[in-house]
Design a protein. Structure first.
Length: 413
């Protein structure tokens, strides 16, 4: 027989769990406070231009998804840009980066650089992010912490919200989009997927205008979590629509589903956005696109057994094929738009800029054994430190070996 005090305590535990679960709720994005000037907020035209950044040279970097593999290639590429002197050695190529558009694994690097600057990025990002297992960190955070376990019982708190908590407490702290705006260029565009529409959703004030929402106080950790919320493994993240038009909520998942290269914003801007405006004004002499494609090629082992592959394998292989096909189409479109600058001039630009498209892709590694081994790296948020460091080194080598990058250095030297 349970003594009366213990009996009361046992009855109180379910009630306490329900109370804690009822208090668990993800942070809701802010409504636009009236009156709100139309051109305020996190937009390219509102960002401060540093002394080392000019409009005569526009550099756009696209960082793809691909888990830690993507983050490592992004880090190695950005480090190579930081090590490239331009303007007689007075500046570095990374100083001229105006736009970084990133998805999923690449979003971790883009957000960190934008929030904390170059010095902290190169000093901290590898150990703080790439050498940690964020996937297992999220798992253990939900299973070993009773408070988080109870919160996950709430319909208003899910695995992606738990991932956001982890990213906030261990990586980005309290950094918000207001901090990004104060820091100035580069303009960091993190991309997710609108699950209902199957379209790209970018974390910019232009996009949030359509929800009647303000981006300023949104935590960077939440945007990164939405950009990397791979279906099934993580859950969609909800954002409030205050306009009264359409659905009241937008649910976001991994941006790689529709734009794994992070090129969607760049292409749209080139057609009729910030890039188009500067090209039409004749301000741009050199236009550089650096595209980091962290695709992988898992071993073709499905034919080794008569048994049907599991659901996760089918999902990952099917999505991977569709994602790669979409990425190739986007890259081909970018090259068509930029080939020789002729198409840009055809849009009415008074000056024909020199255009360079630099690709960073493990498929371009010359050593076949090394190429196959690194392309087989799994898409996960936890890789051995030695693998991470080899991917970082490979990215730097790919940049240095690129004929297009050699042309950029010659043009800006």
């Amino acid at each position: 027989m349970i003594p009366p005090p213990m009996h009361r305590r046992a009855r109180a535990l379910p009630l306490l769990s329900l109370a804690l679960a009822g208090c668990a709720h993800f942070p809701v994005n802010d409504a636009l406070p009236p009156p709100y000037p139309a051109r305020m907020g996190y937009r390219y035209d509102n960002l401060r231009v540093g002394v080392a950044n000019t409009d005569s040279t526009l550099v756009c970097v696209a960082l793809s998804g691909g888990g830690v593999r993507a983050g490592a290639l992004a880090f190695g590429t950005l480090r190579a840009l930081a090590a490239t002197p331009i303007d007689g050695g007075r500046r570095r190529l990374l100083d001229e980066v105006d736009i970084i558009s990133a998805t999923s694994g690449g979003a971790f690097a883009a957000a960190y650089l934008g929030a904390f600057g170059q010095a902290r990025f190169f000093d901290e990002f590898r150990d703080r992010v790439l050498h940690r297992d964020l996937g297992m960190g999220t798992f253990w955070r939900g299973t070993l912490c009773p408070y988080n376990f109870v919160r996950l019982c709430s319909p208003w708190f899910n695995r992606s919200d738990l991932a956001e908590d982890l990213y906030a407490s261990t990586i980005y702290g309290d950094a918000t989009y207001a901090d990004l705006q104060r820091n100035g260029r580069p303009f960091v565009v993190l991309n997710a997927t609108d699950l209902a529409r199957g379209t790209r959703f970018e974390f910019t004030q232009d996009q949030l205008d359509g929800l009647g929402s303000s981006l300023g106080r949104l935590p960077l950790a939440r945007a990164v979590a939405a950009s990397s919320a791979f279906p099934v493994l993580l859950t969609p993240m909800a954002f409030r629509n205050y306009t009264g038009q359409g659905s009241d909520w937008v649910h976001l998942v991994d941006g790689g589903i529709v734009d794994n290269l992070g090129l969607g914003y760049v292409l749209e801007s080139l057609r009729g956005g910030a890039l188009r405006a500067r090209l039409d004004a004749g301000e741009v002499e050199t236009l550089v696109f650096v595209v980091v494609n962290a695709r992988n090629r898992p071993p073709d082992d499905l034919g080794g057994s008569p048994q049907a592959p599991g659901a996760i394998t089918v999902l990952s292989r099917g999505l991977g094929s569709a994602i790669d096909g979409r990425a190739e189409d986007q890259l081909a479109l970018l090259k068509d738009l930029c080939r020789g600058g002729a198409d840009l001039a055809a849009y009415g630009a008074p000056r024909r800029p020199r255009v360079h498209v630099v690709e960073v892709d493990l498929e371009h590694l010359p050593d076949p054994e090394r190429r196959a081994r690194l392309l087989a790296t799994s898409t996960t948020y936890g890789l051995p430190a030695a693998t991470v460091d080899e991917l970082i080194a490979a990215a730097g080598e790919l940049v240095e070996r690129s004929p297009a990058f050699a042309a950029v250095r010659a043009a800006l030297r």
